[in-house]
Design a binder for this molecule. Structure first.
Ligand code: ZN
Length: 418
């Protein structure tokens, strides 16, 4: 599928300060530590799990895609190229259930929600994926992956005469569970809570996950070497990631609710197929709450990017409100967050329009330090606030500084206030 239009990313002067780390470090769930991600030179590979397009982009989604946009900006500032892949789970139970409830055609529902997502992402100046791949475009990749698993005795059909669905022998893969650090009891709870089917009769093990669902009446399905059916979710991401990024790419990312079972399953399928690591690091983004509960489509307590935009709130203001929070924290959205972000945007815009400011060098160094050290966006905002206040107070005489700092803020934080 086509993604969305790419924002301009200004080229900043290369860093010459030897005291600034020349790698980007982020928190890796698997090693439970900050880890330098991406190669020292060349191309970093990034896979971020995409949406299931049955409802509009809420702020929790926006926060996740913003986080990996910041990672790409930090990598690009190091001179790295980035190969970025995202999927769209455009055929899955929640989408089909919603279409049934509302009497819509599932394909039209998916297409309309993908279009809205694209518009939200473009407005927020989120860098688009190089490969934006829908599940329905990856059927051969998925069935090819399942066939490779079957050849290793890691995929099988359940003993069910009417619906002999295909399953993956999850915990038969060495290291299963070591990414998310859950014990078996915890895995079973999470698996059942998040769409898994531990009680399904005919499975070898309760944690085995669906990789190809055989056709049912009234559900979309496609012919395949495995029989007529449709893809399971976890294997969809693995198949797409390995096709476009190869084995052992830099980062798989997503919300913290995806660590188990989704990313653990992706990693296990990936290792089973290639014998190599799937991603080098697994990076998870905190959950956003509204009215005291995690913002989620299923609970319906959503604040939508499109609704805020419809209220006339400028996209950079929404982006600034999100940047206030470090990606690893869970946080709660309040309507007043927009007022604070608007005040900050107004102050920065005035400072960027000033005839002179305090020198750029230290600001750029500090911004790079903050973003390379675990994408510390709250720290980055504080750095720009300080420069902005000093500039507005008339403290600086550097006539280049307002333009140069505006370019740095655009390149590293994706905020353009022109
Ligand atoms: Zn995924």
């Amino acid at each position: 599928m086509h993604a969305w239009s790419a924002p301009r990313v200004p080229n900043l002067p290369r860093n010459t300060n030897p005291e600034i780390d020349d790698r980007v470090r982020v928190w890796d769930t698997e090693s439970r530590a900050l880890k330098a991600v991406g190669p020292a030179s060349g191309t970093a590979g990034l896979y971020v799990c995409g949406i299931t397009p049955y409802d509009a982009t809420h702020l929790g989604h926006a926060f996740t895609y913003l986080t990996f946009d910041l990672l790409q900006r930090a990598w690009r500032d190091l001179g790295l190229d980035v190969s970025y892949v995202q999927n769209i789970t455009d055929v899955d139970d929640p989408l089909l259930e919603r279409a049934n409830q509302t009497g819509q055609d599932w394909e039209e529902l998916a297409a309309s929600q993908v279009e809205l997502f694209r518009a939200d992402m473009a407005a927020l100046r989120i860098l688009p994926p190089e490969h934006y791949i829908a599940a329905t475009e990856a059927l051969d990749l998925v069935t090819g992956t399942v066939e490779k698993l079957e050849a290793k005795n890691l995929a099988y059909q359940v003993k069910d005469e009417t619906h002999p669905d295909w399953y993956f022998r999850s915990d038969a893969v060495e290291g299963f569970g070591e990414m998310s650090h859950l014990n078996r009891d915890e895995q079973l709870v999470e698996f059942a809570d998040k769409g898994g089917d531990p009680e399904r009769p005919g499975k070898v093990d309760a944690l085995d996950s669906l990789v190809w669902r055989m056709a049912r009446d009234g559900e979309p399905s496609w012919p395949s070497p495995l029989g007529r059916g449709r893809p399971g979710w976890h294997v969809e991401c693995t198949a797409i990631a390995q096709r476009y990024l190869g084995a052992d790419f830099s980062v798989q990312g997503g919300g913290s609710d995806l660590a188990f079972p989704h990313h653990e399953m992706c990693a296990a399928v990936g290792r089973a197929v290639t014998g190599e690591r799937f991603a080098d690091a697994y990076v998870h983004v905190g959950m956003v709450a509204l009215d005291g509960q995690k913002m989620s489509k299923s609970l319906g307590n959503l604040e939508l990017v499109s609704r805020l935009r419809g209220q006339g709130i400028a996209a950079p203001v929404i982006r600034l409100a999100l940047l206030t929070h470090h990606y690893r924290t869970d946080w709660e959205w309040f309507a007043t967050d927009i007022d604070k972000a608007q005040r900050r945007a107004d102050a920065w815009a005035a400072a960027f329009a000033s005839p002179a400011g305090t020198p750029t060098g230290p600001v750029l160094d500090d911004l790079r330090r903050a973003m390379r050290d675990d994408l510390n966006s709250p720290e980055a905002l504080a750095i720009v606030d300080e420069w902005s206040a000093a500039t507005l107070a008339g403290d600086g005489e550097d006539v280049q500084s307002p333009t140069q700092v505006a370019e740095a803020v655009d390149a590293l934080l994706g905020i353009s206030l022109n």
